[in-house]
Design a protein around this ligand. Structure first.
Ligand code: NDP
Length: 336
């Protein structure tokens, strides 16, 4: 059983030294347990937050020497649980390892999908996050302008496509010309701007002549600075993530932007609402699953996966995602 454990807590971007590769024996299931073989491992930005000593609050931080956590599509290889049979594919939380045991509580049958990784991408947690944040907090109306960064990523790509389905105008922000071209040509965004462009703020203003009604916040940093002056009266800001700061080792000393933010929130009657997707499964997952399966099937929502081969590739691919090297939902193909 190969696995990666957290070896040290990163200050800044994770490096190979923060992960330790280990070999352990394959565990044996007890009564009521199943043995799972990892086929696909999802790599997601929240894992960076769980590597810090002070965790994010919605999930415990990973202890030193403990396996890196993560959602997986796994195969049941042995079952002593009445609800699961050997050979079945399940959505699980095996983490960065080949094998794990489960008591079944956290398992969901994947059923028959033409591509099992879809359970981690287009039908998975990030797409569900986009759905809830955009529809329930953003509430896009026809003709409104929606802005989203990390626009070709797992969450952002779905935000933009669903906003288009609801009749909104969508402006994406992404890292580099290739991603921007893809957002417009393939995902149907109305425009997409390169976040590395020094003139981003001016270009965003030109791309949003009627201002911004919804800013789906994925990144924070300079993108939010560019967005703030363009927000319309009663704009909505679903606060989903702020990946530009996940690797900050220290809090920046300034300048203090809080007065400008508070002023805008007050005078423009802005609504900023943070959300953690774990809170929404019970009430909204079935609706998401139903709508998204239909949209993907009909080809109106496109899913792009960035699949890397082999468990050994996980640490570098994960660090790369935190710098924008992924192009689509990052998934590790661990076993056939
Ligand atoms: P992505 O597939 O979008 O990958 C991360 C992307 O972030 C990179 O590809 C890069 O895109 C962008 N990025 C990296 N560094 C920066 C930076 N300094 N400034 C701006 N953009 C940067 O990841 P996800 O779709 O999985 O996640 C998107 C966001 O959603 C994250 O903030 C994540 O934490 C959040 N999230 C929140 C959840 C919740 O429950 N609230 C659940 C799931 C995700 P590019 O180079 O194209 O700009």
């Amino acid at each position: 059983n190969r696995r990666y454990v957290l070896a040290a807590r990163p200050q800044g971007l994770p490096a190979p030294a923060h992960f330790r590769f280990e070999q352990t024996s394959v565990p044996t299931p007890n009564h009521g347990e199943v043995l799972l073989r990892t086929l696909y491992l999802s790599l997601d930005p929240y894992m960076r937050n769980l590597m810090d000593e002070a965790g994010p609050g919605y999930a415990p931080s990973i202890g030193i020497g403990e396996p890196m956590v993560g959602a997986t599509v796994s195969r049941v290889v042995a079952s002593r649980h009445p609800a699961f049979q050997a050979g079945e594919l399940v959505l699980a939380n095996a983490g960065w390892q080949d094998y794990t045991l489960s008591d079944g509580m956290d398992l969901t049958p994947v059923g028959t999908l033409r591509q099992p990784a879809l359970a981690l991408s287009g039908l998975g947690m990030p797409a569900f996050t986009a759905y809830v944040g955009l529809l329930d907090i953003g509430n896009p109306q026809p003709g409104e302008t929606v802005v989203v960064a990390a626009a070709t990523g797992a969450v952002g790509s779905v935000v933009g496509q669903v906003a288009r389905l609801k009749g909104a105008r969508v402006v994406g922000i992404a890292g580099g010309a290739d991603k921007c071209k893809y957002a417009v040509d393939e995902l149907g965004f109305d425009a997409c701007l390169d976040r590395h462009d020094p003139a981003l703020a001016q270009r965003l203003g030109a791309a949003c002549p009627d201002g911004i009604d919804i800013y789906f916040e994925n990144v924070g940093g300079p993108v939010f600075d560019a967005v703030l002056p363009l927000l319309n009266l009663r704009a909505r800001i679903p606060v989903c993530g702020f990946i530009a700061h996940y690797n900050d080792a220290v809090t920046s000393a300034g300048p203090d932007r809080l007065p400008a933010l508070t002023k805008a929130v007050l005078q423009k009657r802005l609504r900023m609402e943070g959300f953690i997707i774990l809170d929404h499964y019970e009430r909204r997952y079935d609706a998401f699953r139903h709508d998204m399966a239909r949209w993907i099937e009909a080809g109106v929502v496109k899913v792009r996966e960035d699949i890397v081969e082999g468990l050994e590739a996980a640490p570098a691919a994960f660090a790369g995602m935190l710098e924008g090297k992924n192009f689509g939902k990052l998934v590790v193909h661990v076993a056939p």
